[in-house]
Design a protein around this ligand. Structure first.
Ligand SMILES: Nc1ncnc2c1ncn2[C@@H]1O[C@H](COP(=O)(O)OP(=O)(O)OP(=O)(O)O)[C@@H](O)[C@H]1O
Ligand SMILES: [Mg+2]
Length: 248
């Protein structure tokens, strides 16, 4: 599992993560909610070993991400999809998906290509394998991004606001794929503003407020007026996110 224990991260004098603890066990879908600037992306970057910790510890299946050799191993266990589809523009869709399994995992090209085509077909992009990212819509690019992550056959999928740059229609098509992955038992740590979607697919929801993880509850309890919703900050956050009339 992913274990975040008492993590502290500072930028200059600002404490962005303040003693955050969290676990993600196999089969769980854990959603991180919180206002802009609360530290969600920083937490994902810390789990990836992209930021040096100022305190605490993060392990992925027991591998300490602060240790460079263990980090290299840990990175093979998790794959991340970010908000902006950072595909290689000069490579075809297929090559974007096959590159890491071939270069990092040193797997044979024909096998990797066959798997990549199957992944692309599973997200409705069978006919785009030979296209370039610039020829795709944002939603299609983000679906390629998800395929690229899945091509590494990760144990954990980390998703940071993968739909926030998309219009509602493209958001729906990407969420449909994530919903399917969740129902297939894919382990996910999911940062999103799509509260209703998170409510449907998450096993647990955690809430970050100014760098502090103030609530970590099973999804039903999070939306229970006597539990998660009893926190003024969470109530306030959800009232901004969810249209009046659709409040839990
Ligand atoms: N490299 C950096 N240098 C300095 N400050 C940073 C850096 N990265 C993030 N921060 C600050 O850390 C805080 C948390 O940022 P973070 O990106 O983690 O927030 P977030 O919860 O992901 O917000 P959003 O919902 O807008 O994506 C913010 O105040 C941000 O300005
Ligand atoms: Mg962010």
């Amino acid at each position: 599992m992913i274990a975040v224990e008492g993590v502290v991260k500072r930028f200059g004098t600002q404490t962005v993560l303040d003693g955050v603890s969290l676990t993600v066990a196999p089969g769980e879908v854990v959603t991180i909610l919180g206002s802009s600037g609360s530290g969600k992306s920083t937490l994902i970057r810390c789990i990836n070993g992209l930021e040096r910790l100022d305190g605490g510890r993060i392990t992925v299946d027991g591998l300490d991400v602060a240790n460079p050799r263990q980090l290299a191993q840990a990175r093979r266990l998790s794959a991340t999809v970010f908000q902006l589809f950072n595909l290689y523009p000069h490579m075809t869709v297929l090559r974007n998906v096959t590159l890491a399994p071939e270069v990092v995992l040193k797997r044979p090209e024909p096998e990797v290509a066959a798997e990549a085509r199957a992944l692309l077909a599973s997200v409705g992009l069978a006919d785009k394998a030979d296209a370039y990212p610039a020829q795709l819509s944002g939603g299609q690019r983000q679906r390629v991004g998800i395929c690229r992550a899945l091509a590494m056959n990760p144990r954990y999928l980390l998703l940071d606001e993968v739909t926030s740059a998309l219009d509602p229609e493209m958001t729906a098509e990407v969420l449909a794929i994530l919903g399917r992955l969740a129902s297939q038992g894919t382990t996910m740590l999911f940062v999103t503003h799509e509260v209703e979607f998170a409510r449907r697919i998450s096993t647990r929801i955690v809430f970050l407020d100014q760098g502090r993880l103030i609530v970590d509850l099973p999804t039903a309890d999070f939306f229970d007026p006597a539990r998660g919703l009893a926190h003024p900050r969470i109530n306030q956050f959800l009232s901004k996110m969810t249209p009046v009339g659709e409040r839990p």
